[in-house]
Design a binder for this molecule. Structure first.
Ligand SMILES: [Zn+2]
Length: 169
């Protein structure tokens, strides 16, 4: 688990205890009983979740099915506003090169160093306005434009020079 996620878990635990966060952090619904510790203790994190999530976790554990904390409602990225949908791909690519090149290059380098792909995806959604999706096998990013999707692929050559290539709509 990354430091960022550990901190997010601690923050949320404190908010739950103080009654400042009352939705179920796993499903995001208003299904928590008022007395916090009569709800279910998650198997994944030191947090209380609603009874139906508690049962679902038990079933997933029994079936040995992984479930990432990044699938929890409380840990969804807050996506910044973007007007890329109203702009053609050529224009979007110019804006990305101008305002996001450093961010997306750094994220790709972190991915190549073996950092948690779920964390990379989360950070990308929070830091890259207009991003629709990020895949890691193989690694590429997709942005929605007025004339179709724009896809960006990355590569690192032997002397660690990074290059980005865009497939315009
Ligand atoms: Zn729930």
């Amino acid at each position: 688990m990354t430091e960022r996620m550990k901190k997010a878990l601690l923050d949320l635990k404190e908010k739950q205890e103080k009654g400042l966060y009352t939705l179920c952090p796993r499903c995001g619904r208003d299904t928590m009983k008022p007395d916090l510790y009569t709800n279910a203790l998650s198997r994944q994190a030191d947090l209380m979740c609603c009874d139906s999530c508690g049962s679902e976790e038990a079933i997933l554990a029994f079936m040995n099915k992984p479930y990432s904390l990044y699938q929890w409602a409380a840990f969804q990225p807050k996506k910044p506003a973007s007007d890329f949908r109203d702009r053609p791909g050529k224009e979007v690519w110019a804006i990305i090169c101008d305002r996001q090149a450093i961010t997306i290059s750094n994220l790709y380098r972190r991915f190549r160093r073996g950092e948690d792909p779920e964390e990379i995806r989360f950070l990308a959604h929070e830091q890259c306005p207009g991003l629709i999706d990020l895949w890691t096998e193989p690694y590429h990013m997709k942005y929605e434009c007025s004339d179709g999707p724009l896809t960006i692929t990355f590569s690192l050559d032997a002397d660690d020079t990074l290059s980005m290539e865009a497939s315009l709509p």
